[in-house]
Design a protein around this ligand. Structure first.
Ligand SMILES: C[S@@+](CC[C@H](N)C(=O)[O-])C[C@H]1O[C@@H](n2cnc3c(N)ncnc32)[C@H](O)[C@@H]1O
Length: 376
């Protein structure tokens, strides 16, 4: 079956995910704020869930129609071919949002949509009641200027939940955003990679998974895996493809440092969970002592901003120390620093070659990129 697939992303990450999709063989992906859509098959849905590092979730579009009243909504939903997606025992969960529309009472819309889906399915399955004892089908609606769009969430939990990060560190970065920043950096498997403020290890682990070509979704569950109309053999084949593509022999010089011994313990645990504890190195170290025996490499980090951890003055001082230690590493090192510290470049002591906006934990930040000096 062919679907209109919708992949959602965080604000600012759309172009990165679009590149990933192109590398996965998707033709003509169309990006709008926070999502990318394209035509694809069941295999594409599975491939996106398994291999995308920077996306939030993967959806199938069930339909779209105009609605101004609850009757319009009921009729529009009932007219969609739900039997193509939901089996006789499916558990239907409806959530949604509305913007600039006549229908805005979300809980009423939710109940009407669910009722319309069941009214559509019951005669088809010859049922009087729907026991919903089977797999989850998360239906998400959005109403924008009276246009209703209905999507089916194939991922289930967000794709940032890879399965390795089970313990929580203060101010940890979302795995998908860390992966997007790594992908915007000049990280290569051959060059050293350092996060001097590594917390529970997210940047280093995401960089290593990417460098070793380990599929981010290989150790987790997805909603589609429980759906009868998605063939298990296809997913098994993709998993084999993923395993065959891994570069397990690649040696890495990837390190994470942090002042706090407690978060280093978490980072080590997460590296073990991700199955890459022998490939990467974590150690307690103050950024003041940052150094490397290598003359080139990539620095990537989110130092404290002063809002969530510590105060602003301390964050500014740490930014200055980071800038100084970065320059001491040598001219062939690059740096990618995500920060919300006002006037970051002045504190860091150098104007960035590039900067772009991101939201990290709902906070507007900038990724400051410093490229290595070109060799003459
Ligand atoms: C925003 S958090 C980094 C979160 C990390 N990216 C993650 O995903 O877990 C900033 C980290 O900087 C560490 N830190 C604060 N002062 C430091 C210093 N002087 N040297 C090294 N690390 C420091 C904190 O312990 C904290 O873990």
């Amino acid at each position: 079956m062919n679907y209109r697939i919708v992949v959602t992303t965080a604000f600012g990450v759309e172009s990165v995910t679009k590149n990933e999709l192109r590398k996965l063989g998707v033709r003509d992906p169309k990006a709008i704020e926070g999502s990318i859509s394209f035509d694809g098959t069941e295999e594409d849905v599975m491939r996106c869930n398994l291999f995308l590092r920077t996306a939030e979730r993967v959806y199938i579009t069930v339909g779209s129609f105009h609605a101004e009243t609850f009757d319009d909504l009921f009729d529009g939903i009932k007219a969609l071919p739900w039997q193509n997606y939901i089996p006789r025992d499916g558990k239907v969960i409806v959530t949604g949002k509305s913007k600039k529309s006549k229908l805005f009472a979300l809980s009423s819309c939710q109940s009407i949509i669910k009722k319309a889906i069941l009214v559509r399915l019951m005669p088809i399955y010859r049922l009087r009641t729907f026991d919903e004892s089977g797999a989850d089908f998360n239906v998400e609606f959005s109403i924008n200027e009276d246009r209703v769009t209905v999507l089916l969430n194939t991922s289930g939990k967000g794709l940032h939940k890879r399965g390795y990060r089970t313990l929580v560190a203060p101010a940890q970065m979302k795995e998908t955003l860390a992966a997007a920043i790594v992908s915007l950096s000049d990280m290569t498997p051959e060059k050293p990679f350092i996060d001097p403020f590594c917390g529970c290890g997210t940047f280093v682990i995401e960089a290593a998974l990417s460098a070793l070509n380990i599929a981010p979704g290989k150790n987790r569950d997805f909603d589609f895996l429980h759906w009868p109309f998605f063939k298990k053999e296809t997913y098994e084949r993709l998993l084999n493809e993923a395993t065959e593509g891994e570069k397990q022999d690649q040696e890495l010089h990837f390190c994470g440092y942090d002042l706090d011994p407690a978060v280093i313990k978490l980072a080590l645990y997460h590296a073990r969970q991700a199955g890459i504890e022998n490939k990467i190195h974590f150690q307690v170290r103050d950024v003041r002592d940052l150094s490397s025996r290598f003359s080139e490499g990539t620095l990537c980090c989110d130092p404290p901003y002063g809002k969530r951890l510590g105060d602003l003055k301390e964050a500014q001082d740490l930014t200055a120390i980071l800038g100084e230690r970065y320059r001491a590493l040598g001219k062939k090192w690059s740096a990618y620093v995500i920060s919300a510290v006002p006037d970051f470049e002045r504190h860091f002591g150098k104007k960035a070659d590039k900067n772009r906006k991101f939201f990290n934990a709902n906070e507007l930040c900038r990724l400051y990129s410093y490229f290595p000096e070109r060799q003459q």
